[in-house]
Design a protein around this ligand. Sequence first.
Ligand SMILES: [Zn+2]
Length: 392
Amino acid sequence: MYKLRVLFIFLWPALLSAQSYKKLHRRAIVVDTHNDFPNQSMEKGVRFDQDLKGITHSDLKRMKEGGIDVQVFSIWSDGTFGAGKGFARANRQIDSIYVWTGRNTATMMIAKTPADLKKAVRQKKLAVMMGMEGGHMMEDNLQYLDQLYERGVRYMTLTWNNSTSWASSAQDETRNTVPNAKKGLNILGEQIVKRMNDLGMIVDLSHVGEQTFWDAINISTKPVITSHSCVYQLCPVFRNLKDEQIKAIAKNGGVIHLNFFSGFLDSGFSKRNTDFLQLHKQERDSLKAINPEPYFTEEYLFAKYPAEVKSLRPPLSLLIDHLDYIVKLVGTDHVGLGSDFDGISSAPQQLDDVTGFPLITKALQDRGYSKKDIRKILGENFLRVFRANSAK
Ligand SMILES: [Zn+2]
């Protein structure tokens, strides 16, 4: 009996925490600032309100299961959709979001303001927001920017991997391939950031080059975000954030939302992934002949060799290490989650799709984070920035 009682006393906290993380997750406002489903939907010809388990990382039902309350969908295209094409491409994706939301009014709602967001959460609907990933889609046209805001776009990632005529990207700055006269923002770039501040469109500094980062954060009168970036000190890849950048975002009142991509979290991932692809080179080459889209070949091989692929993925604890790093540097007010689901080929163990979000809450609790801090990280930090940007 005594022994049983001792066992019970030891197990009780574990049992309690098993329950409490679910409750905490359910009650918190959970925000994910970056999900690439709209582009996936175009590439794969699928719809958000279908059951897409095994096909995509996300769908409406699984997002509910994952306890996500607010999803910012990324409106993305690569640099080939520039002048004459980018704005139309963005609008096509926005149209799809309106269609999905329009036929699921009981479970989804477009949120253009913090009040809309609160209303959606109160009514237990998914608050649907939009962020445009890549300034090239506004085609250097401030009127297009205004129209995108009108339609609900609430952040713009100034560049994707390609530079615009007015801002240099992280990829171009690090490779020394900036096509503009100088790195960073030019005069049009400064006008765009000012216009975004006036409109209430959040400046997103994921993907931008360091010079663009400093130019933009120095002139922005509102808090900025990175919608999907990690820590350079822990994983030195070109588009992760250096300590000085993390400190500057904190000083600006902004928030760094962590990307779940294995390759941005774990510096060993890239080599393991290359080795895996090399091992299956013959098969890869014949697949490429059938469909040259890189995602097709990778996804086929990933599905065919699940055990090998699983072993490539870092543990979930590594995502929490990146989070801890930022917290130790600047506190709990400046970090959040921007999964990049449906835009990435690999995420840490256990984060197989959007249903994995509660496990992050559990991991935070296990690391000793208070409920108050967990609520901030899960969504309140983003809400603070959204409110500050929306204020006229
Ligand atoms: Zn991205």
